[in-house]
Design a binder for this molecule. Structure first.
Ligand code: URA
Length: 238
């Protein structure tokens, strides 16, 4: 149960004061009955709320999949740069979603955003070993010995030994390679630092999947969509 004015202001119907006004005007019905008290306790999952003749589409949480573009930071606020939250329509940003983990400013691809703190926490916890797959372009030839090094756990510049990771070579030429990397953790700049430890540089990085979710091929960079109920269930079952 929550206060009616809080429910409606969280859904973007205005400030608490404005909501008090529309309630006073008799514009709000709960289960068919006009209400006058903005502090009324309501269960929005069970009650039908109508504002100005239209039924309120109540939900507490939103779950979004974005194809993050280059040059945008994975944060809710940044002093200098545009953030992924700045790319959201007000219908979605009103829920105050935040990114699940981070992609670097120059990394593109699959980024989840939600306001479900519990799910966020579980998805980023190293305890659950959620697979994240990256497509990467590398400045040099990636070889079988790099694959073996990734498999046995690369040691980063700060001495951290990575969990075993899968490195798949898609194309390997002297002047550059295309690969896929499967990680179960997400240390700062991890893919870039793993290749640095092998004397190589990542020149392009895109996350293509997260758990069983694949980046939706219909999403252009900067676009996003809501997850389907099945996709949300899948994430919750991890
Ligand atoms: N590894 C990186 O180096 N950068 C990312 O954004 C994600 C993984």
């Amino acid at each position: 149960m929550e206060r009616l004015d809080k429910i409606l202001s969280n859904l973007g119907y205005g400030s608490r004061k404005e909501i008090k006004g529309i309630i006073k005007k008799g514009m709000v019905l709960i289960d068919g009955i006009e209400v006058k008290d903005s502090s009324l306790q309501v269960d929005p999952e069970k009650s039908k709320i109508i504002v100005g003749g239209e039924e309120v589409n109540y939900r507490k949480y939103i779950y979004l999949m974005m194809n993050k573009p280059d040059g945008v930071v994975s944060a809710t606020y940044d002093k200098y740069d545009e953030t992924v939250v700045d790319l959201l329509h007000p219908d979605h940003s009103i829920f105050n979603p935040f990114p699940v983990g981070r992609l670097d400013k120059d990394t593109v691809g699959l980024l989840l955003l939600t306001n479900d703190g519990e799910l966020n926490h579980r998805l980023i916890s190293p305890k659950w070993h959620v697979d994240k797959v990256y497509y990467a372009e590398i400045d040099k030839k990636v070889e079988e010995k790099d694959v073996e090094a990734f498999r046995s756990g690369v040691i980063l510049d700060d001495g951290y030994k990575c969990l075993p990771a899968e490195l798949r070579i898609l194309e390997a030429e002297e002047n550059g390679s295309k690969v896929e990397v499967v990680l179960q953790e997400g240390k700062f700049h991890q893919v870039k630092r793993m290749f640095e430890s092998r004397g190589k540089k990542v020149v392009y990085l895109k996350r293509i999947s997260f758990a069983d979710l694949k980046l939706d091929g219909d999403l252009e960079e900067g676009e996003y969509r809501e997850l389907t109920p099945e996709e949300i269930e899948m994430l919750k079952s991890i």
